[in-house]
Design a protein around this ligand. Sequence first.
Ligand code: ADP
Length: 191
Amino acid sequence: MTQNSPHILILSGPSGVGKTTVWEALHTKHADYLEKIVTTTTRTKREGEEHGKHYYFLPREDFQSGIDSGDMIEYALVHGNYYGSTFQELERIVKLGKHPLYIVDPQGMVHLKPLLEHRGYTVQTFFLLPPSIDELRLRLSGRGTEQSDHMELRLANALMEMEEQDFYDHKIINTTLEETLETLATIIFSK
Ligand code: ADP
């Protein structure tokens, strides 16, 4: 497999489709070539979390300085805490000769892609699809993070999000993990 010049990968798709699982498997296989963008946040570190691995934890003043100096690619205020990603983080990964990868929900992709392209980065977007809605329901319930009364809402939301699939460079049906990894790697490393 050959390495090519770093471009930014955005992996999206409805909640429960398998984005995290696919990323972890992909990273295990191709750690020399791919690295996930670590988000910067002002929220307090929780037990077991590591600075630089799970998040970059910054005091609010430093986050604000990042906004003022233009280092924040995008940011949002969620429940009173800031979350965002920085050009510094992107460049850190690019300098290692790796492709930076974002995992975002479909709303995030719409926002992020033009911002990155405007700054001259090449971006490749991937939308993961479930083999069926029944399978998505199974994956959401298998994940064990959904209360049953939230399930229908999640699924309705997923259907809406799936209407955005044609805005992506590549659509991949996440049937088996092996097939998904193979397809992703073929596209990413042949660009
Ligand atoms: P997301 O990050 O998109 O919300 P997760 O990676 O948390 O989704 O996956 C949701 C559930 O689906 C998990 O229980 C995971 O093990 C399962 N899953 C992911 N990919 C597959 C696959 N290809 N085949 C079967 N189950 C999968």
